[in-house]
Design a protein around this ligand. Structure first.
Ligand code: DGL
Length: 276
């Protein structure tokens, strides 16, 4: 039950991948005000060093706070795995990120305690899942696979191509060979490949979608603090009563010719991008 005004959620990613998190947040909380920042001028983060990712993530967070964000969602696995601690230290507002909710869900669903992780090089090299999963399940085995070709394939819109299926199969082989029964799709782009990933993983492997798990965690937090808005904007009442309800601002640091089209694909509908 909402008792206060809905909190404005600030969500950032290295580019437009974080829109998969926004999509889930808007599905669970349609009237929740959100402000998004995609660092399209400096994407990808997944191939950069931890120091640079941390510096960019701090700047992204500051930008969102300047736009009125009251809670932050790090909707980028590469940033979440390397920069969460520094953001929590520098800023005094609630910080959510895509790794922790996925870890909780993976631990919940695994039966044989063998958990596979797909991610960018930055995420895999951070070893964040290798550290966090044993905190909850000390006898778990974590097997990670960097999948650097998948981000460009998604951005190119090769979502159903034979080549994409072959590459996904190749990346999953080492994880299947080591009998994982749970697979974390540890990159914001992978939900767009969910069908292929599920098909190639096979029925015995349960997939975890971090974008959905993160949205659930944010909703739970906002509901507990009375600041969630699960109504649709049209049902909320007069704009004066709920001046922020339904706010959706999408900022990016660069708009290249293909950016809008890719962003619309990620959101599953047209959105208006504004250059920050
Ligand atoms: N958003 C990034 C992630 O989830 C993928 C793109 C990038 O490498 O920046 O890791």
């Amino acid at each position: 039950m909402q008792t206060h005004s809905p909190a404005t959620i600030g969500i950032f990613d290295s580019g437009i991948g974080g829109l998969t998190v926004v999509r889930e947040i808007k599905r669970l909380m349609p009237g929740q005000p959100i402000v998004y920042f995609g660092d399209t001028a400096r994407t990808p983060y997944g191939t950069k060093s931890p120091d640079i990712i941390r510096r960019y993530a701090v700047q992204d967070t500051q930008f969102l706070i300047d736009q009125g964000a009251e809670i932050i969602v790090i909707a980028c696995h590469s940033a979440a795995s390397t920069a969460t601690a520094v953001i929590e230290e520098r800023f005094s507002l609630p910080v959510f990120e895509v790794v922790s909710p996925s870890v909780m869900q993976a631990v919940k669903v695994t039966r044989n305690k063998r958990i596979g992780i797909m991610g960018t090089r930055a995420t895999v090299e951070s070893r964040v899942y290798d550290c966090k999963i044993p905190e909850l399940m000390p006898d778990a085995t974590v097997i990670s696979q960097a999948c650097p070709l998948l981000v460009p394939l998604v951005e190119e819109g090769w979502l159903k191509r034979r080549e994409t299926r072959m590459i996904v199969k190749k990346y999953l082989k080492p994880l299947k060979d080591r009998q994982v029964d749970t697979l974390v799709m540890g990159c914001t782009h992978y939900p767009l490949l969910k069908e292929i990933i599920k098909a190639k993983a096979g029925k015995r492997i349960t997939t975890v979608d971090p974008s959905y798990e993160t949205a659930l965690a944010v909703r739970q937090f906002l509901e507990e603090s009375g600041r969630a808005c699960t109504d649709s904007p049209a049902d909320i009442g007069s704009p004066a009563e709920n001046f922020q309800a339904g706010r959706e601002d999408y900022f990016v640091s660069d708009i290249a010719p293909a950016t809008a089209e890719i962003a619309n694909r990620f959101m599953g509908r047209r959105i208006k991008l504004v250059k920050a």
